[in-house]
Design a protein around this ligand. Structure first.
Ligand code: NAD
Length: 370
């Protein structure tokens, strides 16, 4: 059951095509600031409630990023283990037909779990408009995921938080959990800016070097052997727990619930910059906040991806994307810290939520011009 409140959702649309077996849901949560923006996930367990919750998350994320987008999300019931690529394409094409009339007048789609630039390209073709989704192939005006907009934004957020803490960026030790799209770009940019990254993990384990892990060599090890633990260095050591690796800054960039009430006492870091979504529950964040750990919450730190989507939506190119990611993050992260100082009990997430809510309430978008 969807929870309705003063913010939304504005529309919950369930779609079904008996011919292809496509069953899906589109939730437009709130459009006070602009078109509803959010990805399409294809899983065997997706529910209306899940999609509605994610659509709400997008409302706050887009508002906090200060984009003229509202929040939305879609889901298609599809279990990759049961289906086949042909059936998946048929479902996507059928879903694209169902989007006509909703996108791009009210909704802009994008990739999410089990949907990539390939599916976005198909949706744009079937719907007959490049404006219906972002995350398209570069040949169709897409801004590639591989440019690392999210990791770039997370790295800038880290620099801004260190500045706020009056810490010397050359004198900290950073641990990165996960070495995929987000984690690798965080490492790339922090290395370029002279910030030591002393521990990195992936699904195989942890690699640590108190003197700093070399970005190029770590990338080469991961590419050649499929794991960061293949990195070799005079002082490099393998480990199994990223939380206890020597570091005073933690950047989660892989799984949800990395930190829980059970292991929160292992977190000795002074700063946590959340690259991944829901790396800890708000109750865990509060506990860390009470211990004076500064946290940059996920929907602020990892907004580079949605900012990149906006640039693609307005027809911008990669240089404009990097400029906008940097500009928005540089504005919003310090704004969040300033808001937080108004009340000792507020965590950075509380402060960011206040900013996002005020922006949504002040939104003046009047809907599509029909
Ligand atoms: P990815 O699939 O490219 O990389 C994930 C990495 O995590 C891989 O290196 C994998 O080995 C590692 N990993 C998996 N299980 C692990 C474990 N138990 N311990 C340590 N590492 C583990 O994913 P990504 O695109 O880098 O996204 C990472 C997280 O950030 C996800 O939660 C995603 O939802 C979130 N996020 C990503 C973006 C984006 O633009 N890529 C934007 C916003 C949020």
């Amino acid at each position: 059951m969807v929870n309705w409140d003063d913010f939304g959702p504005e529309k919950v649309i369930e779609v079904h095509d008996p011919k292809t077996g496509m069953r899906g849901v589109i939730v437009i949560d709130n459009t006070r600031r602009g078109l509803g923006k959010g990805g399409i996930r294809m899983t065997g367990s997706v529910s209306v409630n899940e999609v509605a919750k994610l659509a709400r998350t997008m409302t706050w994320k887009n508002a906090m990023a200060d984009l003229p987008f509202g929040g939305a999300k879609s889901g298609i019931f599809y279990d990759p283990k049961m289906g086949n690529p042909r059936q998946k394409n048929q479902m996507i094409a059928s879903f694209a037909h169902a989007l006509k009339g909703i996108a791009p007048s009210l909704y802009v789609a994008g990739p999410d779990i089990n949907t990539t630039e390939k599916e976005m390209g198909l949706i744009a073709k079937v719907a007959g408009s490049r404006k219906v989704c972002t995350g398209k192939p570069a040949s169709m005006g897409g801004i590639p995921h591989e440019l690392g907009s999210t990791g770039f934004g997370v790295a800038i957020s880290t620099m801004l938080a260190l500045k706020y803490m009056e810490a010397d960026p050359m004198d900290v030790k950073v641990a990165i959990e996960g070495y995929g799209n987000v984690g690798t770009f965080v490492h790339k940019y922090l290395s370029e800016w002279g910030v030591p990254v002393t521990a990195v993990s992936d699904s195989h384990g942890v690699i640590m070097d108190k003197r700093g892990l070399d970005y190029e060599r770590l990338m080469a090890a991961k590419k050649e052997h499929g794991t960061v633990t293949a990195y070799r260095g005079k002082y490099a050591k393998k480990g199994s727990n990223i939380l206890t690796a020597p570091a005073n800054v933690l950047i989660p960039a892989a799984i949800p619930d990395l930190v829980t009430m059970n292991n929160v006492n292992q977190v000795k870091h002074k700063l946590v910059v959340q690259g991944s979504n829901i790396s800890m529950a708000p109750s865990v964040e509060k506990k860390l906040h009470a211990r004076d750990v500064l946290i940059v919450p996920d929907f602020v730190a990892n907004a580079g991806g949605v900012i990149s989507s906006y640039v693609e939506h307005i027809g911008g190119k990669p240089p404009a994307m990097f400029k906008m990611v940097e500009g928005k993050i540089r504005k919003n992260v310090p704004l969040m810290f300033k808001e937080m100082e108004k009340n000792d009990a507020w965590t950075p997430r509380d402060a960011a939520m206040r900013i996002a809510m005020e922006r949504v309430k002040a939104g003046k978008w009047k809907g599509p011009k029909l």
